[in-house]
Design a protein around this ligand. Structure first.
Ligand SMILES: Cc1cc2nc3c(=O)[nH]c(=O)nc-3n(C[C@H](O)[C@H](O)[C@H](O)COP(=O)(O)OP(=O)(O)OC[C@H]3O[C@@H](n4cnc5c(N)ncnc54)[C@H](O)[C@@H]3O)c2cc1C
Length: 419
């Protein structure tokens, strides 16, 4: 009988696993609670109206259409029966497996202040990006109608917490949205007066980048009009805004981009986890004590032998997914043992506004326009299918030459939130 391989999560890791099993003599079931594969690195562009959701997400079924050994199941997993070798869905159904690959990713962590989630937005899914877009655009609409200068100031203050790549990319793009795209579209308010505050508790934005790249990024943000606040942690987030280093900052919009926590696969398995909750895995990405269960991507903590687990990045998830797929194909056909997983670091990048970026390729670094060109080309190539690449390329070209934003419509009854 053909073995059954269940993959949970259709993100970078899960989709790479499924695709690398294309020729395997196995039945593959890919389970995800959404019906799509999402390119998270460009979510901030949906949140800032540069791209539409369909530009960066594709239905998982479409991606696996030509793969006859794979079935897609849109369902949420609630746990795993390791003894009975079955995945348990939230509705109680059980999906049996011979091999299981967990690729459920990570969520944002509020460092024990879960109540802050109620008053801030996060950027992880398409729904999150659309919520932020709605909040941003309706803040300008409401400010245009307000008679109260204090209220206008609060509406046009946008706080981003966390100076990692997502926070920097979002802050830079919101600044450009306010200063360039929206600048001529309003009559009573001046969108250029919007305050964009980026809060980072560390001493640098993009602190994981080497040499002078973090300082360059901070300067580039400042030149876009972003108020970069370093070295102070946010001590409160509530309905009125935030408290930063004892200072109350009134803000209608607070976006939380600080800290992530792996989704709860370690609890499902009763397995050892790292500080961020990720499942500690062996060099072949399997879970200790469970040779038929693998964890990859953001939900896994993989120590390459340095004592520092691999970072939560798309290439890590993709490479681990491709590796586990090959390992399973080899196991099924009885081929010899597969060498341990080795991560090939192809570099890290972050973009600041429409034409500047920083890039670290280990042996050399790039910054400014050349880094932005590389960033654009790499991100276009990494998009999952030709259709997405074409749509994003057209939208980017339009936005680059015109400063325009194609995805500025507000829809739905609550398109102007009251809080
Ligand atoms: C805003 C943002 C920007 C980023 N920018 C970059 C970047 O520029 N470069 C970079 O390399 N990385 C970036 N990352 C990180 C990168 O996206 C992640 O490292 C990568 O997505 C991890 O892949 P994964 O397969 O582990 O998880 P994901 O891609 O997150 O996929 C997890 C999947 O599991 C599904 N899932 C979760 N729980 C369940 C459940 N209980 N049942 C069923 N399905 C479930 C989810 O719906 C999702 O589809 C960014 C992340 C974010 C959020």
């Amino acid at each position: 009988m053909r073995p059954k391989i269940v993959i949970v999560g259709a993100g970078f890791g899960g989709m790479a696993t499924a695709r690398s099993l294309k020729r395997a003599e196995a039945d593959i079931v890919l389970i995800d609670r959404t019906n799509h594969h999402l390119f998270q690195p460009l979510l901030y562009q949906v949140a800032t109206a540069a791209l539409s959701p369909a530009d960066i997400a594709t239905a998982s079924r479409v991606l696996l259409r030509g793969q006859n050994n794979a079935t897609v199941l849109m369902a949420e997993v609630a746990g795993i029966d390791t003894a009975g070798k079955a995945v348990v869905l939230v509705d109680g159904r059980r999906i049996a497996f011979d091999y299981l690959v967990l690729a459920t990713g990570a969520a944002y962590s509020f460092f024990g202040h879960d109540d802050w989630a109620e008053h801030s937005q996060v950027l992880k899914s398409l729904d999150d990006a659309l919520d932020i877009r709605k909040r941003l655009l309706s803040a300008f609409e409401r400010a245009e109608q307000s008679e109260d200068p204090d209220e206008v100031k609060r509406l046009l203050t946008f706080v981003i917490v966390g100076g990692g790549p997502t926070g920097v990319e979002l802050a830079g793009t919101i600044a450009e949205l306010a200063r360039s795209t929206l600048a001529r579209d309003f009559r009573r308010i001046d969108p250029q007066s919007a305050r964009i505050i980026l809060c980072e508790a560390g001493q640098n934005v993009l602190g994981a980048f080497p040499k002078d790249l973090p300082a360059y990024a901070a300067e580039a943000l400042a030149s876009l009009g972003v108020d970069v606040r370093l070295g102070q942690a946010v001590s409160l987030v509530d309905a009125d805004g935030i408290v930063l280093g004892g200072e109350r900052i009134g803000a209608q919009t607070v976006v939380w981009c600080a800290g992530t926590q792996a989704r709860p696969a370690a609890q499902w398995l009763g397995a050892a986890s790292a500080r961020n909750g990720a499942v500690k895995v062996l060099p072949d990405c399997s879970v200790p004590g469970h040779p038929c269960i693998f964890a990859i991507g953001d939900v896994a903590s993989f120590d390459p032998g340095t004592g520092n687990p691999l970072p939560g990045l798309a290439p890590v998830a993709k490479q681990q997914g491709a590796y586990v797929g090959k390992l399973l194909a080899a196991t099924i056909t009885g081929r010899g043992p597969t060498p341990p997983f080795r991560y090939r670091n192809l570099g890290t990048m972050a973009v600041i506004g429409r034409s500047r970026a920083i890039a670290d390729f280990g042996k050399f670094q790039l910054k400014g326009f050349p880094a932005w060109v590389v960033w654009s080309m790499v991100h276009l190539m990494l998009l999952v299918d030709f259709r997405s690449r074409l749509l994003v390329y057209v939208n980017w070209s339009w936005a680059w030459f015109t400063y325009g934003r194609g995805a500025r419509l507000l829809t739905g009854q609550d398109s102007a939130p009251t809080e």
